[in-house]
Design a protein around this ligand. Structure first.
Ligand SMILES: N[C@@H](CCC(=O)N[C@@H](CS)C(=O)NCC(=O)O)C(=O)O
Length: 210
C-alpha cells in the first residue's frame, strides 16, 4: 500500500474536509495532508488536479482517488474495521448511516447562512434566515435521540466516536461560532467534540483567512 494522502481545503472554512480528517486523526489512521487554497481564482483547477469532482476532500492512495466526504468515511471504515467507524450493532449502524446521509445531503439553510468559520465569533448572525431554526431544531433532535439511545458508554452520538460524529463535527463548530443556544444534552455533546485533541489540532491549523 502506498502512502495515504488526504487533500483538504483551508481548515477555517472547509467543513467537508474536517469530516474525514477528524475521523482519521481520532482513529489513528496514518496519512499525510495536502492543501488546496479555497476561494482563489485557481481553486477549481487545483482541485481538479486531485479529483474529477473539482472539490475537496479527496483521499489518494495506490493510484486511486476517493472523493466526497461520505465516500471517504465509508472507505476508511472498510479498510480499518477494527476502528469501529460505524457502530457495531446493526440498528445503531443503520441509524448512524441515516443521520450521516441526512447531514450530507440536507441542511442547506444552515450551510448557507451559518458557514463554518472556526475562528470567527458572530453570535446570532444568520440564525433568523429562512429555514435555519428548523435545521437547528432537527440537528438537536438527532443529537438528543442518539445520546438517549447510545448503545455503548461514552460521550459521542453512539457512545464511542464514529463517522456520525465526524459528519456532525462541523455543525458543532458552527454552533460555537454563531452562539446557537442549545440544551444541556446538546451542549455536553458539543463539549465532547470540542475536547477531542484532534479537534484542537484542527483549530490550531486555522487562520482567519482560512
Ligand atoms: N459533497 C462534497 C462537498 C465538497 C465541497 O463542497 N468541498 C468544497 C470545500 S469545503 C470545495 O471543494 N470547494 C471548491 C471551491 O470552492 O471551488 C463532499 O461531501 O465532500
Amino acid at each position: 500500500m502506498s502512502e495515504r494522502i488526504l487533500v483538504i481545503g483551508n481548515k477555517n472554512w472547509s467543513s467537508w474536509s474536517l469530516r474525514p480528517w477528524l475521523a482519521m486523526r481520532v482513529s489513528d489512521i496514518p496519512f499525510r495532508e495536502e492543501h488546496v487554497e479555497l476561494r482563489q481564482p485557481g481553486t477549481r483547477a487545483a482541485c481538479l488536479r486531485h479529483s474529477p469532482s473539482g472539490l475537496v476532500p479527496v483521499l489518494k492512495q495506490d493510484g486511486r482517488a476517493i472523493w466526497d466526504s461520505l465516500a471517504i468515511l465509508e472507505t476508511l471504515s472498510e479498510q480499518f474495521p477494527d476502528r469501529q467507524l460505524w457502530p457495531d450493532a446493526a440498528d445503531a449502524r443503520a441509524h448512524a448511516r441515516s443521520i450521516s446521509a441526512e447531514m450530507h445531503s440536507g441542511f442547506q439553510p444552515l450551510r448557507q447562512h451559518l458557514p463554518m468559520d472556526c475562528l470567527g465569533r458572530y453570535p446570532g448572525r444568520g440564525c433568523d434566515a429562512d429555514g435555519v431554526a428548523a435545521n437547528i431544531d432537527r440537528v438537536c433532535a438527532i443529537w438528543r435521540e442518539c445520546r438517549a439511545q447510545a448503545p455503548v458508554k461514552g460521550p459521542f452520538l453512539f457512545g464511542h466516536f464514529t463517522n456520525a460524529d465526524a459528519m456532525f463535527a462541523p455543525v458543532v463548530s458552527r454552533f460555537e461560532t454563531y452562539a446557537v443556544p442549545v440544551d444541556t444534552v446538546c451542549r455536553d455533546y458539543m463539549g465532547a467534540i470540542l475536547a477531542l485533541p484532534a479537534m484542537a489540532d484542527w483549530l490550531a491549523g486555522c487562520t482567519p483567512t482560512g
